[in-house]
Ligand binder design. Structure first.
Ligand SMILES: [Zn+2]
Length: 331
């Protein structure tokens, strides 16, 4: 596919499958949503980040492109704001049910809640223990509540997507594949006969999806989960056309999976060497991602650096000492 999609203008990818590029307020400026022909209507996969612009574009797409035909289903791959942000707005507007995995649905509900004072304190400690400076920690605390900007309303009700089951779209069965690592129960949609994979953020063509330890589960090992998902996906056909949430539709799934794995193994090796002498979390962030990160990227980098360190701790290659501030040292 050589043509470049434009914001808000659906572009045909395959028979009955259209890419809808929508704007998002990140360095990564867009998300790919999918419009699938579904009998005499449409199924939507992912919804976009909530904004006035998204509302305008969706109104136009529903009226002009979908000709106000029935929206049968709204499928959401995972709870991140650029994916779920417009789901309730769309459900309200179209009367279509929202389909999500149970854990992504519940995580959306949780992410929309205000933090208690104690939650704020625990989040503060998560950054402090990792060696993030006081000033940055204060700034990061001031940004609490950012999620609801993109997701003003979580879906009120939903239909559950279950790993291994299928969902019928346009009389065709798409298999549901549920993976963890980037988010707790990310759904990919796989069409074996047509060799299509709607991969969400689980596999992206140009960037490595963020794999983060969250403040409320500081001992988690999401990188192990993510690497397992890449192994599982590599058992599928390499003939597949991959439809990702960011970047271009691509072929060569196996090569991409290998490159993503290599990237993580390279970071792990780098940390084994770097932590020969004891290091703080912040030093690890600077080693992996440099020292001029925006606040948003600093918070992503904290989670991702911790994911690599927790992985090394779990396999016995790294030790962590300290209480107020952690020190990491290679075994
Ligand atoms: Zn995501």
């Amino acid at each position: 596919m050589d043509a470049k999609p434009e914001f808000g203008i659906p572009m045909k990818v395959e028979e009955g499958i259209f890419l809808l590029k929508m704007p998002i307020p990140y360095t990564l400026d867009h998300i790919n949503l999918w419009l699938l022909r579904d009998a005499d209507g449409w199924t939507i996969v992912d919804s976009g980040f909530f904004s006035e612009e998204s509302v305008l574009l969706w109104n136009k797409v529903l009226a002009d492109f979908c000709n106000n035909e029935a929206i049968q289903k709204i499928i959401i791959t995972h709870f991140h704001p650029d994916h779920v942000g417009m789901a309730q707005w769309l459900a309200h507007k179209t009367n279509a049910p929202v389909h999500m995995s149970q854990i992504e649905y519940l995580t959306t509900q949780m992410a929309c809640q205000d933090y208690s004072e104690e939650q704020k304190l625990v989040r503060c400690q998560y950054f402090e223990r990792f060696g993030v400076g006081q000033e940055e920690v204060i700034q990061l605390q001031n940004r609490i509540g950012g999620y609801v900007v993109g997701v003003p309303e979580a879906p009120i009700s939903y239909q559950r997507l279950v790993d291994g089951e299928s969902i019928i779209i346009n009389h065709e069965a798409w298999q549901l594949l549920q993976y963890s690592g980037h988010s707790p129960g990310h759904i990919c949609l796989y069409h074996p006969e047509r060799h299509l994979l709607i991969s969400g953020d689980q596999v992206l063509p140009n960037i490595s999806p963020n794999i983060s330890v969250q403040f409320n589960e500081p001992e988690a090992d999401p990188l192990a989960d993510y690497l397992d998902s890449l192994d599982n996906l590599s058992t599928f056909s390499n003939k597949m056309l991959v439809l990702p949430s960011h970047g271009r539709v691509f072929k060569g799934l196996h090569e991409r999976l290998t490159a993503l794995k290599k990237g993580h193994y390279k970071s792990l090796d780098q940390l084994r060497r770097f932590c020969q002498q004891g290091r703080s979390g912040l030093e690890v962030i600077e080693e992996l991602y440099g020292n001029c990160l925006s606040l948003f990227n600093l918070s992503l980098a904290t989670g991702e650096a911790m994911a690599h360190l927790n992985y090394l701790i779990k396999i016995g290659d790294m030790s962590r000492t300290g209480d107020a501030v952690y020190e990491y040292k290679t075994n």
